[in-house]
Design a protein around this ligand. Structure first.
Ligand code: ZN
Length: 167
């Protein structure tokens, strides 16, 4: 996989995280980092950023494709446990930022347009930027539920290892 690219917004965010300066950081997976969205029009909106600068999902090695999808699912389960949405939406485009990243949108049936696509109100996202105190509080809740998910996932994927650890 290629090195981080200058002038790539996602690479810049990864670099900020590596320096310990990303206040929206939630969790580091093997292939990606899990971050809270800076706006919360959809409460719990988060992203998964691939650590490497790769444009297309199909360019990843098959085992990385599988592992990355599992990381997206582990993050999703934590969001669902934390915010109890009506539905989860996932999107991975990379048209504006050619670096693999997933948008994780919790949807709520209280939203008037909950059956339509989550970008419908994108022009209003800027009105729902949260402050750092609120971000820290939400991140703490997600991390709490993520810890349960990570432990459960490793038990399912590696039952022998989990048994050894428990005994
Ligand atoms: Zn990049």
């Amino acid at each position: 996989m290629s090195e981080l690219q200058k002038s790539c917004y996602v690479c810049e965010r990864i670099e900020i995280w590596r320096k310990g300066n990303n206040p929206h950081f939630i969790y580091e997976f093997e292939n990606s980092i899990f971050v809270l969205g800076e706006h919360q029009y959809h409460r719990g909106y988060s992203l998964i950023l691939l650590k490497s600068h790769v444009r297309e999902l199909h360019e990843l090695l098959p085992d990385v494709q599988t592992a990355l999808f599992q990381e997206v699912m582990t993050a999703t389960s934590a969001i669902v446990r934390t915010f109890r949405p009506w539905k989860m939406n996932h999107s991975c485009y990379g048209n504006a930022e050619p670096h693999i990243h997933w948008h994780l949108f919790p949807r709520y049936d209280s939203d008037p347009d909950h059956t339509r696509n989550p970008w419908l109100h994108a022009s209003e996202f800027k009105d729902h930027v949260i402050d750092l105190a609120e971000a820290r509080s939400m991140i703490g809740e997600i991390q709490h539920h993520l810890a349960e998910n990570v432990s459960r996932t490793s038990k399912e994927s590696y039952p022998e290892t989990a048994r050894r650890i428990e005994s």
